[in-house]
Design a binder for this molecule. Structure first.
Ligand code: BT5
Length: 249
């Protein structure tokens, strides 16, 4: 993939900027900003994006619509690969978080327009102070490594790995992508809370990630469910007092 990087100092959200230009630019355009003042997570959650972190969005135009559910995985896998190049072991918390010892170092936000484009937004705490949020303990590369990292170097490395995973995606090698996500699954065999669309939640145990990208969970009542979209939390029932915004759709 030939990448074209647009570098901005401040932006509301690189995903928003990317959406505005997506239809007029070639695939492989990357919007990178030093600071986002309205960085977003999923379900309208806030993404803390001060100077020192890596916040960027990649515009892709995959030919097949059915690859879309796996797009989030290629973003997370590229991050995990690059962390390992720095000697860090990242794990994927399905579907879009990257954790190091259960602390959140990165998040991926995929948005798009049917039959037109897909945007993979990636945020990584590199040298910035990671935020303290209710849901997650966060961590940065600097904190883990005890030194500052060149942000642009991290970006270049991620784009290299993203090219690789994207080539698998567009050549239909979905099974290889899922296999790697399974290997890096932070949730395997763990107790989680599953959030349903109506605001209710239940506890269960994660069994696996399926070929179609869904998360297979054994609920406390013995039922097996496959989550396609949605949210699971590693927090226990006891610690949950719902300050976080959970999806209701
Ligand atoms: C995500 O959402 O993890 C997706 C984050 C995607 C951010 C990138 S940056 C470039 C592009 N432009 C954007 O505007 N967004 C993308 P979610 O799974 O909903 O997680 C959001 C939650 O993560 C928040 O509610 C906080 O608990 C936590 N959080 C916020 N900022 C964080 C940070 N910098 N590091 C770690 N955790 C954070």
């Amino acid at each position: 993939m030939k990448w074209h990087i647009v570098h901005l100092t401040t932006v509301t959200s690189t995903n928003d900027y990317a959406k505005e230009i997506a239809e007029d630019v070639p695939e492989g355009t990357v919007v990178w900003a030093d600071i986002q003042i309205k960085g977003r997570g999923r379900w309208g959650r806030e993404w803390y994006s001060p100077k020192g972190g890596l916040w960027f969005s990649v515009i892709l135009k995959p030919p097949m619509v059915q690859v879309i559910p796996h797009v989030v995985f290629i973003g997370a896998l590229a991050v995990v690969d690059v962390l390992s190049e720095y000697g860090l072991e990242g794990k994927i918390k399905w579907p879009n978080d990257v954790l190091i010892h259960d602390k959140k170092i990165a998040g991926v936000l995929v948005e798009g327009k049917a039959n037109s484009y897909v945007i993979i937004g990636i945020g990584i705490n590199v040298n910035n102070e990671p935020p303290n949020t209710e849901e997650y303990e966060a961590i940065s590369m600097k904190e883990e490594l005890g030194r500052e990292i060149l942000i642009e170097e991290v970006l270049r490395k991620i784009l290299r790995r993203l090219s690789y995973w994207y080539s698998l995606l567009t050549s239909g090698r979905i099974a290889d992508i899922t296999a790697q996500v399974r290997k890096k699954n932070a949730l395997a065999g763990r107790e989680v809370l599953v959030f349903w669309g109506d605001g209710k939640f239940e506890s269960g145990k994660v069994l696996d990630i399926e070929e179609d990208g869904s998360l297979k969970v054994l609920l406390k009542n013995g039922q097996i469910r496959r989550l396609v979209f949605g949210e699971v939390s590693l927090r226990s029932m006891k610690t949950l007092n719902s300050p976080m915004i959970y999806p209701s759709w």
